[in-house]
Ligand binder design. Structure first.
Ligand code: GLN
Ligand code: ZN
Length: 759
């Protein structure tokens, strides 16, 4: 047999040592000039191409690299500069490009939102403010550069018109059809120029085709693709989907392209069903996304070979392209620099570079290359070692999980009854004031943690420092007149990492960064084994705060779903079970807090919306376990113990029923960034438990006036019961400075007092 083509869909931008982030930030700070930035970015880009080619990838993506975000690149290419930014037409300059991404004094940044169900945030295109025009051909520039500099026959990559528009805002759904044709014209022009330049393959990303779309929309998509195909009849187009299986395969496969890319990791069931029912057209190429682009584990290549063998029954290998399931943007760059404490875990890891090697090994092993076959079995052995390690099956956790159905997942008393008891115990005024948990993580706090972590400071020194911070802020909160106080979370670097470091089953990389948005990167913990509670995690700081005041102190925990969502998770058991394990561990912490006299415990679940499956039909299933996980850690408390939860990141009006099902006594929820949208939602769907709609946006350094916050309280009280309404900011205050925080909270307390007078 001849060889099987290999491909990659996109490569991380950030660099092995976050060079990309450093270059961008140096430019923003004025430390390097534009020319120097371009030079550095170009070096990075070319080195990434080289790496991929040297790994043995046949179709190396070009044009996926960016100076900020790939969606923003398209907006810029089409001249979609929002009206609030000065723009004279033509190619968008770097200053305008970054202004759209980051905002200026005069104009607010473009909105940023999550890319499908990932933790990557893209810049939302704004349609309808300027007429779309092709200002330059970005994929062509990338293609020509790779060809000239490296003699590389790259594969230009861009998001296709349907997904681009579905992810954009500023138009009514009735305009989608005509917009698709407008953009098909522009994409057609791009493709035509690519064809003329001799490009062979182009990848158009259409992940929106995995969503449950209207059949009618697919008719419009087809018309758009026909227009594009007409413009460049000699070009080979790969219509690339990912993150799930295609929603309407029969219609999608009628699109006039030469190859379809399907995700056989996250959409395996659906996409295999498509192949089995012989829906895949025999005259098209199939790009097989088989290496997981969303997680950090090595692939069981021996199992992948079996899957490929099955696929060969539906479409012959001469029509295959083997590739990762999606862009490698979502995983760290390389395992090369890691030195994890446990070599068994280390050997089971594959980041972007290792995943490309896996793609190549698979394609060679399939065609009978002996050393590749050996490598495929070596991957299975490495995973087996991990699976057999005792950390994967801790007897105590196994027993607990087996008995999970015997645990309570409901409070014993109705909300009405227990809320009365809580009020009596807590002696709170109407419209009680509180905060979400964290207070400013100043440079001083971060420095102290660094000194402690690298051994310059003793444990005792660090603890004393943390206690001083707690003392300072308990005093501030008392002086401001807040009703429910917090200790301030100074000991926490991050709301997930902090708990990961204290629970068993978690490990951490040195350099496993992934891009979150712009130059911001996160380093998610890795959940590799059974999760269990070893020792108290939050007691010391919480009780210290409690010793300083007569006001109630609220204990603060991160919820099971959020810990799961913001980690890389083992893939040998269902996510649900990992969530339950975390929940059981947190349940113990809740008990410890309760037994120590903490009467209010908040379990944050900001990520509960974010893990929802892309297909609505799978939502019920997901919410069932997500809610159960929350209740596993919160419902066993006494009537008098008040359970709070917190959520941010908008769109919660879509899941009010889920929020109700959590049965928390009080929820605090982000409101101001979504412009009060949520308040209206409560008009249609009454909410009867305790609730605090955030009265000010903590993302801005601006100190809001008393009256502004009073307005939000008054608006909210039109739709929510005044005897259960709480007054709090939108989210934690760790990113703000001391002065802003104290000033804003002082106004907030004032607003609550004013509002009380009107009750
Ligand atoms: N308790 C956390 C804090 O105050 C909550 C953060 C969040 O919701 N993202 O920082
Ligand atoms: Zn929040």
């Amino acid at each position: 047999m001849t060889t099987i083509q290999t491909s990659n869909l996109g490569y991380p931008r950030i660099g092995e040592n976050r060079e990309w982030k450093k270059a961008l930030e140096a430019f923003w700070k004025g430390q390097i000039a534009e020319e120097e930035l371009y030079k550095q970015l170009k070096e990075m880009r070319l080195s990434y191409y080289r790496k991929q080619r040297d790994a043995g990838i046949d179709l190396v993506p070009v044009g996926d690299f960016t100076a900020y975000d790939h969606m923003l690149d398209l907006s810029a290419m089409f001249g979609l500069v929002p009206g609030r930014f000065p723009y004279a037409g033509g190619k968008v300059d770097l200053a305008t490009y970054f202004a759209m991404a980051r905002g200026t004094k005069e104009a607010a940044a473009c909105e940023m939102t999550k890319w499908f169900n990932t933790n990557y945030h893209y810049i939302v295109p704004e349609i309808g403010q300027r007429e779309p025009k092709l200002t330059h051909n970005r994929p062509l520039e990338a293609y020509l550069e790779a060809k000239e500099e490296l003699s590389l026959e790259g594969k230009p990559v861009m998001v296709g018109p349907y997904t681009f528009l579905k992810c954009a805002k500023g138009y009514a759904s009735s305009e989608l059809q005509s917009l698709l044709m407008t953009f098909a014209e522009l994409y057609g022009e791009v493709l035509k120029q690519l064809e003329q330049a001799g490009v062979v393959w182009v990848q158009l990303d259409e992940p929106a085709l995995v969503l449950e779309m209207e059949r009618e929309e697919l008719v419009w998509v087809k018309a758009a693709y026909e227009r594009m195909a007409e413009a460049a009849p000699g070009l080979n187009l790969i219509l690339q989907t990912y993150f799930d299986s295609v929603h309407m395969p029969e219609q999608v496969f009628e699109l006039p392209v030469q190859a379809f890319g399907l995700d056989f990791v996250h959409g395996r069931q659906g996409n295999m069903a498509v192949l089995r029912s012989r829906l895949f057209p025999q005259d098209k190429k199939l790009a097989i996304g088989i290496i997981d682009g969303r997680n950090i584990w090595r692939s069981d290549l021996a199992a992948d070979l079996e899957l490929l063998r099955e696929i060969s029954g539906y479409i012959t290998p001469d029509r295959w392209i083997i590739q990762p399931s999606c862009s490698l943007l979502h995983v760290p760059v390389t395992v090369k620099y890691e030195q994890l404490p446990d070599p068994i875990i280390q050997q089971a890891l594959a980041f972007a570079d290792e995943k490309l090697a896996e793609v190549v090994v698979l394609s060679r092993a399939y065609t009978g290359n002996a050393s590749a076959e050996e490598a495929a079995f070596a991957s299975r052995a490495a995973l087996l070692r991990l699976n057999q390690s005792p950390s994967r099956r801790v007897a105590e956790v196994v027993n607990q999980m087996e008995a999970i159905d015997q645990l309570s997942t409901a409070r014993t008393t109705t909300f009405e009854e227990r809320y009365q008891k809580q009020l009596k115990k807590l002696q709170l005024p109407p419209l009680p004031t509180t905060t979400i948990g964290s207070f400013p993580q100043t440079a001083e706090v971060r420095k102290a943690r660094r000194q402690w972590k690298n051994g310059q400071w003793t444990e005792a020194q660090y603890q004393t420092f943390i206690q001083e911070q707690i003392r300072e802020w308990v005093d501030i909160q008392e002086n401001l007149g807040l009703d429910v106080l917090v200790h301030g979370e100074f000991e926490r670097n991050d709301m997930v990492e902090f708990f990961g470091e204290r629970l068993s089953g978690f490990t951490f990389t040195q350099n496993g960064w992934v891009q979150s948005y712009g130059s911001r990167c996160t380093k998610p913990p890795i959940i590799y084994g059974d999760v269990s509670h070893d020792a108290a995690m939050t007691l010391q700081e919480t009780l210290f705060a409690r010793s300083l005041t007569h006001k109630p102190i609220k204990g603060m925990l991160t919820g099971p779903v959020t810990i799961l969502a913001w980690s890389f998770v083992r893939n040998d058991i269902p996510e649900r079970d990992v969530a339950y394990q975390i929940a059981l561990a947190l349940r113990e912490e809740v008990s410890l807090l309760e037994q120590s006299g903490i009467h209010i415990i908040q379990v944050d679940e900001p990520a509960i919306r974010e893990l929802t499956p892309l297909k609505r039909s799978e939502w019920d299933d997901y919410f069932e376990w997500a809610v159960k996980a929350f209740k596993l850690c919160t419902s066993h408390v006494k009537d008098e113990t008040q359970i709070h939860t917190h959520m941010c990141y908008a769109e919660f009006h879509q899941i009010i029923d889920v929020i109700k099902a959590l049965d928390a006594d009080v929820i605090s929820i982000e409101t101001s960034r979504s412009h009060g949208e949520l308040i209206h939602a409560f008009q249609e769907q009454p909410y009867e438990k305790g609730i605090g709609l955030g009265v000010y946006d903590i993302h801005s350094p601006r100190v809001p006036e008393v009256q502004e916050m009073l307005n939000i309280i008054e608006e909210s009280l039109k739709v929510l019961p005044p005897d259960r309404f709480w007054v709090n900011p939108d989210c934690g205050l760790k990113t703000r400075n001391k002065e802003e925080t104290a000033a804003a909270l002082s106004n907030m307390v004032q607003a609550a007092k004013e509002a009380r007078k009107q009750l």
